[in-house]
Design a protein around this ligand. Structure first.
Ligand SMILES: Cc1cc2ncn([C@H]3O[C@H](COP(=O)(O)O)[C@@H](O)[C@H]3O)c2cc1C
Ligand SMILES: O=C(O)c1cccnc1
Length: 349
């Protein structure tokens, strides 16, 4: 589906379904709201799917994998070749996210949306990596839109295959540099406030990373009000792809789980393109990268997990799946106040 068409399709979440879901939670024989965010998440999902019976179907993780030209500026601890190696390991259940997916009963879909070499994962390559944003725009406007549409199409395909909820993830050496650039622009923050060490960068490297991002922003002056302009000048194909996943989920009524810092940047870009997209997002954890909390605040979303993770790949997002399963088991299986014949619990004043 085309981006323009998808943006037109997106509607706010369904209030009626959320009310009914909340009523069901309140009728269950336990203190009101005693499962906290577990209850809130299911209520939000009911609004997304227009279904209070919580038939989520199969669970997926889409990992958008791409290289970033800016790596040649010495802003990462590892070399670019790591992107392809880890991305292919997702298929072999040898990368962290793939092992976690197997454990929680989710299927992983690694997508080559822009790795610098050919790979054996799902081929949706828009380019062999982006250009170096410190010298020229990372990509063209057409490439940015095509990458967003790859994300939209992935959601459409997975929905047709019976997947009812999708976690977002990414793999791309250098993508905390592109993410920090976008965060600085969208949040109107100083680059040093929103830039961290990514995958274990040295202090010297961190200094180079901050200077490089400042240079790129100064060079291209991205228009804060134009998400596509921001993506194309200082973004990445992986970030654009995840932005498309959020938009596709909102258009098709599929809940999409935000992972850490990089995924939250994509989520905010999607909200900039269409504000109602937020209704279809669940925040999972709070990444250790400095901008993660700021992005969730800007999105107006609260994460359920605090695990000090900062890995990416979707590891935080898929950690939410067992929690949702537990919540759903209680929601569907537990007796109501009427059934156990006790008065509804009223909190003491
Ligand atoms: C072996 C390895 C596996 C990873 N899995 C995720 N990332 C994470 O680190 C990268 C971003 O950090 P930076 O911007 O500093 O390169 C992304 O690929 C992200 O998914 C990894 C990084 C490495 C090195
Ligand atoms: O939170 C993230 O998404 C993250 C942080 C560090 C490295 N890679 C990903």
């Amino acid at each position: 589906m085309k981006l323009k068409q998808v943006i037109e399709m997106i509607q706010p979440a369904d209030e009626k379904s959320m009310q009914l879901c909340r009523r069901r939670w309140d009728s269950i024989a336990k203190p009101l709201h005693s499962l906290g965010k577990m209850e809130d998440m299911l209520i939000k999902i009911a609004g997304m799917t227009k279904d209070t019976t919580m038939h989520l179907g199969k669970k997926a993780l889409i990992v958008m994998c791409a290289d970033n030209g800016v790596v040649e500026e010495g802003v990462t601890q590892s070399g670019q070749e790591v992107t392809a190696i880890v991305s292919e390991n997702f298929w072999k259940t040898k990368a962290t996210a793939s092992i976690m997916c197997k454990t929680v009963g989710a299927d992983i879909f690694p997508v080559d949306i822009g790795i610098a070499v050919d790979t054996n994962i799902i081929n949706k390559k828009v380019a062999y990596g982006t250009k170096n944003m410190a010298k020229e725009p990372a990509m063209t406007k057409e490439e940015a839109i095509r990458a967003i549409e790859v994300g939209i199409d992935m959601v459409e395909t997975l929905k047709e295959k019976g997947y009812g909820i999708i976690a977002t993830g990414e793999m791309g050496i250098g993508n905390t540099t592109t993410s920090s650039a976008i965060a600085a622009i969208l949040l109107d923050k100083k680059v040093e406030e929103v830039t961290g060490r990514g995958a274990g960068l040295s202090s010297e490297g961190l200094g180079r990373k901050i200077t490089c991002i400042q240079k790129a922003i100064q060079l291209h002056a991205p228009d804060k009000e134009d998400a596509i302009d921001v993506i194309r000048k200082v973004g990445g194909l992986d970030i654009a792809g995840m932005t498309g996943v959020f938009l596709g989920g909102a258009a098709l009524g599929t809940p999409i789980i935000i992972d850490g810092f990089i995924s939250a940047v994509s989520a905010l870009l999607a909200v900039k393109l269409c504000p109602h997209t937020k209704d279809y997002m669940l925040a999972s954890h709070i990444s250790n990268e400095p901008a993660a909390v700021m992005l969730l605040k800007e999105l107006g979303l609260e994460a359920s997990l605090v695990c000090d993770m900062c890995l990416g790949e979707g590891t935080g997002a898929i950690s939410l799946y067992p929690i949702l399963d537990i919540a759903n088991a209680v929601y569907e299986g537990m007796a109501t106040f009427d059934a156990v014949n006790i008065e509804k619990y009223q909190p003491l004043r």
